[in-house]
Design a protein around this ligand. Structure first.
Ligand code: FE2
Length: 190
């Protein structure tokens, strides 16, 4: 019998575009797994939450993708025979993963791990630099740059709260920040 993680991976291959999988989702899953192992969290819950956390942007209400994604995840996981008790754990990670959720609301380590891994991926996968503002938000070059600059600052300073996560992503963030600072000089804008 194929394990649940493999089944979820197959499901999401049908939901996300290849570009989302390669430059965001799979990176979130990798960081979720590393952090779960480092912090002795529930690795299976972290990996499944990583795969499913953004499905609300694809098959749910995009305006409220964290909550709609949690509902869609429940439907998928119920169909795959995952237990109701463990589905609730995945749902709570997905519901609390977005920037709108205050850190204090993330009480379980698995919830913190998903939010941290999501933010780490924005920095490590260059997804916010190259893809999201232009492909999904219809922004031009400079607007996209300003949006990205603000987002990764919030990701690094506010959303990446686990010391282990911050340590892992620090060098990549400061390399990106150097490029941002050079670009500020070029555009004369902040
Ligand atoms: Fe995400």
């Amino acid at each position: 019998m194929i394990d649940i993680i493999e089944q979820v991976r197959k499901e999401v291959q049908r939901i996300y575009k290849q570009i989302d999988l390669k430059y965001h989702i799979e990176i979130v899953v990798d960081y979720s797994k590393i952090l779960a192992e480092k912090l002795c969290a529930d690795t299976e819950i972290c990996i499944i939450s990583g795969y499913l956390h953004d499905i609300g942007l694809k098959i749910g209400d995009k305006e409220d993708h964290a909550n709609s994604g949690a509902e869609e995840a429940e439907k998928i996981l119920t169909r795959l025979g995952f237990s109701a008790e463990r589905i609730m754990l995945v749902k709570s990670c997905i519901k609390k993963h977005s920037t709108e959720t205050r850190e204090a609301e993330r009480t379980r380590i698995e919830e913190k791990i998903l939010a941290n891994a999501d933010a780490m991926s924005h920095i490590a996968g260059y997804y916010y630099v190259m893809c999201v503002p232009h492909l999904y938000l219809g922004m031009g070059f400079e607007d996209g740059y300003r949006w990205f600059k603000k987002k990764i600052k919030i990701d690094f300073e506010e959303k990446i709260t686990l010391p282990e996560a911050k340590e892992m992503i620090r060098d990549k963030y400061f390399r990106l920040k150097e490029i941002i600072d050079e670009f500020n000089e070029l555009t004369g804008k902040t």
